[in-house]
Design a protein around this ligand. Structure first.
Ligand code: 3SL
Length: 234
């Protein structure tokens, strides 16, 4: 049986060899939810950057620059990190250079994996279907917040473990813990997360609608995958 493991924070990546794994990077609030929404609305590619200045330079090459630091759109960038900025025809055909506080850092730390795909509740089923057919063991990398564990990414990991429980075995206790948490929260994830640190942080920035949208399950049937440094639909 193939295995599934969960890295609850990018700071723990040194414990998880990735060279032979399919890594699912997740940042529910809000980076990977934005990426999935953008691809569902026709973006051509997203190039993730850990470094803000490197991302900004991509403007000179005709890229749309996007992302945030501490939840706020970066000065000089074209777009921020709300999924509502990546809907309808706003992004069709665009090449986007993207950097965020945690999500793109988690992608950076996952480099060297056999393959890297992007997960969110919005494309949960597409991720699960892909993993079922893949030959590799799976590691879910939760972006967390500045090295700390967060609830929303852990819930996604738990949802994935739960969905795949008959096909992929847990590789340590983190997937089991995530699965338990998801089963406690699954019927009211919005309520469950209302006390979470990042929801409070976003509320302080007057960002209220993004959370509900990012917790919608299977809104889109897309699977972004990292290839040659950029995310594209597989
Ligand atoms: O850290 C990230 O990658 C972001 O998703 C955080 S925020 O929701 O934009 O604050």
């Amino acid at each position: 049986m193939k295995t599934i493991d969960v890295c609850l924070s990018p700071e723990l990546m040194h414990l998880y060899p990735v060279y032979d794994k399919t890594v699912v990077v997740v940042d529910i609030l809000r980076a990977t939810s934005c990426m999935v929404t953008a691809f569902a609305n026709g973006v051509e590619s997203i190039t993730p950057f850990a470094n803000l200045e490197e991302c900004l330079k991509m403007k000179l090459k005709g890229y749309v620059t996007a992302g945030e630091r501490d939840g706020k759109k970066v000065d000089g960038f074209d777009k921020g990190n709300s999924p509502f900025e990546y809907t309808d025809d706003q992004v069709r055909g665009l090449k986007v250079a993207f950097t965020t506080t945690n999500g793109t850092q988690a992608i950076e730390k996952s480099r060297g994996a056999k393959e890297i795909i992007i997960g969110s509740f919005l494309n949960l089923n597409s991720v699960a279907k892909y993993l079922l057919l893949s030959d590799h063991n799976v590691l879910v990398v939760c972006a967390g917040w500045k090295g700390k564990v967060n609830l929303e990414d852990t819930l996604f990991a738990g949802a994935l473990v739960d969905k795949l429980k008959d096909y992929l075995g847990p590789d340590c206790d983190a997937p089991l813990a995530a699965q338990h948490l998801y089963n406690i929260a699954r019927h009211d994830m919005v309520g469950f997360l209302s006390a979470s640190s990042h929801v409070k942080r976003l509320n302080k920035l007057n960002i209220h609608d993004d959370m509900k949208f990012c917790l919608t399950i299977d809104q889109f049937n897309v699977l972004p995958r990292l290839k040659n440094g950029e995310l594209r639909l597989r």
